[in-house]
Design a protein around this ligand. Structure first.
Ligand code: SF4
Ligand code: SF4
Length: 501
């Protein structure tokens, strides 16, 4: 037997006095960590299979379990961390590309945590959001550059169609296939109740979810899975996915093992066949080509739907966004390098792209300089963790944000980063019926509504503190932000002053 150089990352600590051998942990763990030893009449663990998803810890009736990070270490040094060494062993064993789930975990700067928000004192008094009206409604799409009136003095409104959001938050693209039916249902129902939108991702729209069409963004990605006229017509907006923050520059791959039943039907590909989205759209090699697709989609839907173009945040994002704004797109979505994914090559996820904070600030600035900021709305995602991140994003120039990892956490995700295994113990990133059933859509929907409602209250409180009573007045208002611990270049790109200035 070949030697396995890897030592388990986690240890299962079972309190023998508390464990009653009920075997709940054994039944709950799809990774088969726990098992019963009949000879010794006690529970045992195979820790090499543990991904630290906490399902067993949460459901153990006697609180007998905890999972700890092992203190066994490789002989590390500054250059060779335990992770680097373990990855070499893994690749030397498999000969394959390393795969990872969820967003970039590396120690790059998180600019949200270096930005502070202003508050009114003495002059320009703050506003009490409990007693005074506070507007967090957002309209996405082209805005007028100036007020136009006809000969009779009436306002001329010939704007293309847009999206109306009751809260400045939408659920980002996650395909049916990468996440479960029950997760999709939770997102669709919550978006409807909140007056916002969820996004099909590139997996098509399950027939059961057409009823949520007015709160659905339907995506058109390079694989064109599940794209047909009724699909385009079902959504409130159409999103062309050019890139994704977790894996800029490469395509997607949902293994054939996951293309079963309704997933194969919804994607319109045979059961068992791999769903491979090519890296580029094979009909788009320029802004002119993109423009053709934007207008093809508008034409197909009789110019009734706004079109979003989604890109990953990369080095020259401002120039790319400028081109997209001229392509006829109504909304640009930018996904930062911390954005989540069901599966991505680890090297790409951890090394490609740029932080969304810098991308957003430079895109907003560039569009303003070119006088085309009002031609499009900006939606950003890829690391929004709380309501303060949203306020900072809007003050840096975003119209609204996309959330995905936060939404999955609300559904019960424990960030075990094992989505690509298809064995999500929380019923989210899985298609196994016995696991999918663990996520109750009624509960999931309510938890999403609670999260976004709570954030919306907090946004109003922060706006009130600044003496601002509408999102529109906060958008791009960088005077409300100050940096801490940032260098001159970072402050310049973010377009904010240092704290104390
Ligand atoms: S769920 Fe808890 S009490 Fe039940 S067997 Fe597992 S560790 Fe023991
Ligand atoms: S969705 Fe499931 S598998 Fe993925 S990180 Fe969350 S708990 Fe783990």
């Amino acid at each position: 037997m070949p030697i396995d150089f890897l030592y388990p990352e986690y240890e299962v600590v079972r309190n023998a006095d508390r464990c009653i051998a009920c075997r709940v942990c054994e039944r709950q763990c799809a990774n088969e960590v726990h098992f019963y030893d009949p000879e010794n009449k006690r529970m045992m663990s195979d820790e090499s299979k543990c991904v630290n998803c906490h399902r067993c810890v949460s459901l153990c009736p006697t609180r007998a379990l905890k999972i700890v990070k092992t203190d066994h270490t490789f002989k590390e040094n500054a250059s060779w961390s335990g992770t680097n060494i373990a990855e070499i062993y893994r690749q030397a064993g498999s000969g394959g590309v390393l795969l990872s789930s969820m967003g970039n975990p590396k120690q790059y700067p998180i600019y949200w945590d270096h930005i502070l928000i202003n508050a009114s004192q003495v002059t320009n008094p703050s506003i009490d959001p409990l007693r005074e009206p506070m507007e967090t409604k957002v309209f996405l799409g082209a805005k007028p550059s100036k007020i136009q009136r006809d000969d009779a003095g009436r306002l001329v409104n010939n704007l293309p169609p847009g999206l109306e959001l009751q809260v400045p938050v939408m659920f980002s693209a996650m395909s049916y296939g990468s996440i479960s039916y029950n997760a999709h249902e939770s997102l669709a129902r919550a978006a409807t109740a909140l007056g916002t939108f969820y996004n099909t991702g590139e997996g098509g729209l399950h027939e059961d979810f057409y009823q949520y069409g007015p709160h659905t963004i339907v995506q058109v990605a390079s694989g064109r899975f599940g794209v047909h006229k009724a699909y385009l017509e079902a959504g409130a907006a159409i999103e062309i996915k050019m890139g994704q923050g977790a894996k800029p520059g490469i395509g997607g791959h949902l293994p054939g093992a996951k293309i079963v039943g309704d997933i194969s039907k919804t994607r319109m590909i045979p059961e068992g066949s791999d769903a491979i989205s090519p890296a580029p759209h094979h009909d788009i090699y320029s802004i002119e080509d993109l423009r053709q697709l934007v207008f093809s989609l508008k034409e197909a839907t009789e110019y009734k739907k706004p079109v979003i173009v989604k890109i990953a945040a990369v080095h020259n994002v401002a120039a790319i966004a400028s081109g997209i704004a001229r392509s006829g797109a109504d909304i640009i979505a930018i996904d930062g390098f911390r954005g989540g994914t069901g599966a991505a090559p680890t090297r790409i996820r951890d090394n490609v792209g740029i932080p969304i904070e810098l991308a957003l600030a430079s895109v907003d600035e560039r569009l303003r300089q070119e006088g085309i900021r009002n031609h499009v709305s900006l939606v950003i995602g890829g690391s929004i963790r709380n309501s303060a991140d949203i306020v900072k994003a809007i003050a840096l120039g975003a119209d609204a944000v996309y959330i995905a990892t936060s939404a999955l956490l609300a559904l019960g995700c424990h960030l075990c980063r094992n989505c690509h295994s298809g064995k999500c113990n929380w019923g989210i990133a899985t298609q196994r019926p016995e696991l999918v059933r663990r996520l109750n859509p009624d509960v999931g929907c309510q938890r999403l509504i609670n999260l976004v409602t709570a954030w919306n209250h907090e946004i109003k409180e922060m706006m009130g503190g600044m003496g601002i009573n509408s999102i529109e007045a906060l958008r791009g208002n960088r005077l409300m932000l100050r940096g801490v611990g940032l260098n001159e270049k970072e402050l310049e790109i973010l377009g904010i002053k240092h704290a104390g200035e």
